[in-house]
Design a protein around this ligand. Structure first.
Ligand SMILES: [Zn+2]
Length: 265
């Protein structure tokens, strides 16, 4: 068996879940999605059993025996370590989304940069990303490790599978560990490509028709609402409001234009 593998699905015994959670922790470190003891992972392995990483350990150094089992109220059932400091966020997601069986929380630097800038990843820039994570919102800031963080996600959890946490990081979730992990990778990839287009100063968004055809190809209807749109900004979307950075750039351009006018003979 490939010791570095995570297989799709949840049909496996607890030892296998423990091994795979450790592999996912190592992958988070290898990809620099976490540093030091950051990040946490969990799996819902039973109706009232959640397997989670412990607090205070590097996710790249986990052994199966380090993991902790709690119930859905957060009481420890098994394990000699304290559970993840973000356990309440994980439990809040499991309580609201019975379809979710795995959660991945990390601080990938580019996506976290967007979170720190308060900028959602909400543009129809990448065809393949539209199919799974069309719209990645930003949850308002809340202190890490508190119930406030779980509360800040509450309005978003039912409609999205990847959420930026303002001034903090990213949480992704899915029906199994591989899906939750891939969504973390995809979120960071979307953030990197978005950043490159921002640096280039030019973005060509897909049209409404392009997005509809993509969604139709996978038979995936749009489930958004006015309050929580899942539909990304397309070529036809109204222009974005001017950002403070845009204003600063405008001031620089105006100053240069005035200087060049004054320099004229
Ligand atoms: Zn965190």
């Amino acid at each position: 068996m490939n010791l570095q593998a995570i297989t799709p699905g949840m049909d496996k015994d607890e030892q296998e879940h423990r091994r795979e959670l450790c592999v996912a922790g190592a992958w988070l470190c290898e990809r620099a999605f976490v540093v030091a003891t950051d990040g946490n992972l969990s799996l819902r392995i039973g109706e009232n059993r959640v397997l989670t990483s412990p607090t205070g350990m590097s996710k790249g150094m986990l052994a199966p025996a380090d993991l902790v089992v709690t119930d859905l109220d957060g009481s420890r059932l098994e394990g000699h370590r304290a559970p993840s400091s973000e356990l309440q966020m994980h439990l809040a997601i499991y309580r609201r989304r019975p379809d979710i069986r795995a959660i991945c929380h990390a601080h990938p630097p580019v996506a976290t940069g967007f979170a720190a800038a308060g900028m959602a990843l909400d543009k129809a820039l990448l065809a393949e990303s539209i199919l799974d994570l069309e719209f990645i919102p930003v949850a308002p800031y809340a202190t890490p490790g508190t119930l406030d963080l779980a509360d800040s996600l509450r309005p978003l959890v039912t409609q999205y599978n990847a959420i930026l946490l303002a001034n903090h990081g990213v949480v992704t979730f899915g029906p199994d560990l591989l899906t939750a992990f891939f969504r973390m990778e995809t979120t960071e990839h979307i953030a990197r490509v978005t950043l490159v287009t921002e640096l280039l100063g030019h973005q060509v968004l897909l049209s409404n028709r392009d997005v509809e055809r993509l969604l139709a190809s996978r038979n995936r209807p749009c489930k958004g609402t006015a309050d929580a749109p899942t539909r990304a900004r397309t070529a036809e979307s109204p222009a974005e409001e001017e950002t403070p950075r845009d204003r600063r750039q405008l001031e620089v351009l105006l100053a240069e234009a005035l200087r060049s006018l004054n320099d004229r003979p």
